[in-house]
Design a protein. Structure first.
Length: 333
């Protein structure tokens, strides 16, 4: 009987298996050690790049935030300044409205006063007729010594530098006061002492009277400084010769401060007499009034003579032509 061998503790198959297992483990270790550091290094590089990029973006955002905050502060200061201006303008608007309301009230009061005066005048006329009879006739109406019975008025204004530089605001005030004593006329005209027109489109024609045109006259006169020889004679004679009509009651108002030309006072008076002759009723064609501004009496002594010549000339002309001469004691407003 054959003798059986004891089985070997380790067979070839077992050793193969063991070797394969160790080989696999070694292979895994080699793979792990080779790949893992590369992946970690790449990951760390990407992370550091991302952190650097985010840090840069953070710095940019902080810089933009600083700029925006600075711009915001500037805008806030501008808004504060605008708010202050708005407050000032609102205050000005409130004062203007208050002044306008007061002016409107004053105008209404003046209208009431004018109406009362008209009623009183009517009653006075009726009482005059009752006392003096139906044939009683009031020849002239006087306000402040100046007859105001004319239907048309002409202003002859000295536009020389002495008047424009020193007496112009006062002249405007006096002209407005003159217009006020004529609440309504049929026509107005404005010339300077050389006979030039304030409104050239109305040359030789009457300017219709209404409140807006009166305001326009004052507005245009504010800056009207033209050629002038500081003599009222040219403008006065032009006004008489161009506007006199037998069917019109006309008054001329002369505003000036001096008479500088070589023409004598007597020659000037005679020149006006030839044009403004007496009619059948021994009344001159137009009334001539004058207002003298004492500008020359505030200048050097030698110039006072021209102011005296103007006053003398105007006194003679107004006396001969049914008007009045008013010499102001100050040319300032």
């Amino acid at each position: 009987m054959p003798v059986r061998r004891a089985p070997a503790e380790f067979s070839l198959s077992f050793l193969d298996v063991i070797c394969c297992g160790f080989g696999a483990v070694i292979l895994l270790l080699m793979i792990t050690k080779t790949v893992q550091p590369q992946v970690i290094e790449q990951t760390m590089f990407e992370a550091e790049s991302a952190v650097a990029e985010l840090t840069e973006q953070l710095f940019e955002i902080r810089g933009e935030t600083t700029i925006l905050n600075r711009d915001l502060d500037v805008k806030r200061e501008q808004i504060s300044a605008f708010d202050e201006k708005i407050a000032i303008l609102q205050g000005t608007l409130a004062r203007t409205r208050s002044e306008y309301d007061a002016l409107s009230t004053s105008q209404n009061a003046n209208a009431i006063i004018r109406e009362d005066l008209a009623i009183a005048k009517q009653r006075l006329s009726e009482e005059q007729v009752r006392l003096l009879g139906l044939n009683a006739e009031k020849q002239n109406q006087f306000i402040g010594g100046i007859p105001v019975d004319s239907e048309y008025i002409i202003f002859v204004i000295d536009t020389s530098q002495s008047m424009f530089s020193y007496a112009w605001p006062r002249m405007l005030r006096e002209l407005e006061a003159t217009l006020d004593i004529y609440p309504e006329v049929k026509g107005i005209q404005v010339l300077n002492d050389m006979g030039d027109y304030l409104f050239r489109n109305f040359a030789g024609e009457w300017i219709p009277d209404d409140p807006k045109r009166r305001e326009l006259i004052i507005s245009n006169l504010t800056n009207w400084s033209g050629r002038s020889n500081s003599s009222p004679v040219e403008g006065l004679t032009a006004a008489i010769s161009q506007f006199y009509r037998t069917d019109k009651k006309i008054s001329i108002y002369i505003y000036g401060d001096q008479f500088m030309t070589n023409t004598s006072i007597n020659e000037a008076v005679r020149a006006v007499d030839r044009l403004n002759q007496r009619g059948e009723s021994s009344i001159r064609r137009v009334r001539i009034h004058a207002v003298g501004f004492p500008v020359m009496f505030d200048q050097i002594y030698q110039l006072e003579v021209t102011g005296i010549r103007f006053a003398t000339l105007m006194r003679e002309i107004t006396q001969k032509n049914g008007g009045a001469f008013v010499g102001l004691n100050d040319f300032r407003p």
